[in-house]
Design a protein. Sequence first.
Length: 502
Amino acid sequence: MAPSAPALLASACDREPIHIPGSIQPHGLLLVADSATLRIFAVAGDVEGRLATDWFNQPLSRLLGQSVEAIVQKLPPGVGQRLAGIRGSREMFDAVLRRTSQGIAVELEPAPAERLFAAEMLGELDTAAMLFETAPDLPSLCDEAAKAFRTLTRFDRVMIYRFLDDESGVVLGESLGGELGSFLNHHFPASDIPAQARALYLRNRVRAIPDVNYAPSPLRTATAVGRPFDMSDIAVRSVSPIHLQYMRNMGVGASASISIVVNDRLWGLVACHNRTPRALAYEWRLAAQTLASGFARQLRIRDEQAEPQERNALRAILDLLDRDLGGDMSILDILLQQAERLCSAFEADGFVIVTRDQVHATGHVPDVQALRELADWVARAPEGEIVCSHELPQLHHPAAAYATHASGLLATKIAGHAPLTLLWLRAESPEIVKWAGNPHKALQVGPGEILNPRASFEAWSEMVRGRSRPWSTVSREGVARLVEALVEAQRNRCMRELNRQL
Ligand code: BLA
């Protein structure tokens, strides 16, 4: 089958090597010095004009002062060290030094006109933490977060953008100040933020584009260097031109985005937009990162609190099964006796046990023929694998015919001399999704054509079918534990049988 238009687009976008753009944003300067000699071998930006100096092969200390040598000596890999108050020819700079595998990188950005004082910042963070804690539900928590980030950054529009399972995203919270319109509850396709960008944002947690209309400043080296310079951690890294066009299409003049990381996964982003150019200086970026950690902590706590009910129901049924499996009743009879509970504990609409010659169904399920077909498909998965989907028709096309009963599937096969396939089914829950622009028109690529971002962000609604409520990690773990218990019971029974025969 030919790949769909959005899939083609996503893979084309995923290929842009955004960590090695070979240039920076021109509000900053970049110097790269040899790690051993501390002599500069590459620069980007108007170093000659703004620092009024010749740079090539000069020691870093000539530009940054003698103290730089001691700082570099103590610099652990990967951690940025700030050095404030560097005097340029016309302006003051703040510097961040970083040890990389390709040399010592020094980023210089204009010092902000005002400073963010620690006491002021801690006060703001403390107030935000309290508001996060007392927010009654997820939408209010996201609204509080959007407000807190707007108070801190003073951008016109601040959004809490959450990634969904298929990597598309939705705006869950928003705070508006200026003339920019609202995107609250709007969905955006996965290709708007491609995979390599999401991976980078897990590592580099705060990014700013002070002016989306900038002309990039190329990295210049006096002698050829082998590998392109990796700018993954560089704040002034030049961003993808496709993304810059996207921002311009949205009517945005400046942006900043802060990663929200929960349990080592990129849960979402705080997306800050300003209609006109606006910078987010180092201190504010640091404060934004701390605020994002506090917000992420609240998200994790709430997620953990939401689970106990489901966990308890599953534990209860697994304990019951453990007790019965120690006895003499057949495994199939035990499962049949507990079928109703097995269905409800996994919050399924239907539960089915398929043996070689029988189909035993509980709850709402499609017809027997469909169930057999589905079980045969599950049985072809590698042994021990748990099949889990809340968009079954996308994974297994014949399921489109019975999607109303089974858009969600959690399933596994227990091998052995009397193999069993267990299917938990969830009914379709059609959803009206409001997109910012028609996601199916996002594609503008053909052979030899240049990739373009969407030009329209007009609200566009669509009824999404073939999806159920997603399965939780707890449910998936529950099936894994059930499989373990059943396999062990089979083994014990075999041993007992052998002992009896001896
Ligand atoms: C990056 N796209 C991004 C970023 C956001 C979005 C937030 C991260 C920018 C950053 O951290 O500085 C998209 N911005 C949004 C969305 C909202 C928003 C969804 O405010 C909703 C509220 N973009 C496209 C297409 C491609 C593409 C078609 O639309 C690919 C062909 C690419 N987007 C793209 C790339 C980046 C990006 C490559 C990385 C930019 C970079 O860091 O260099």
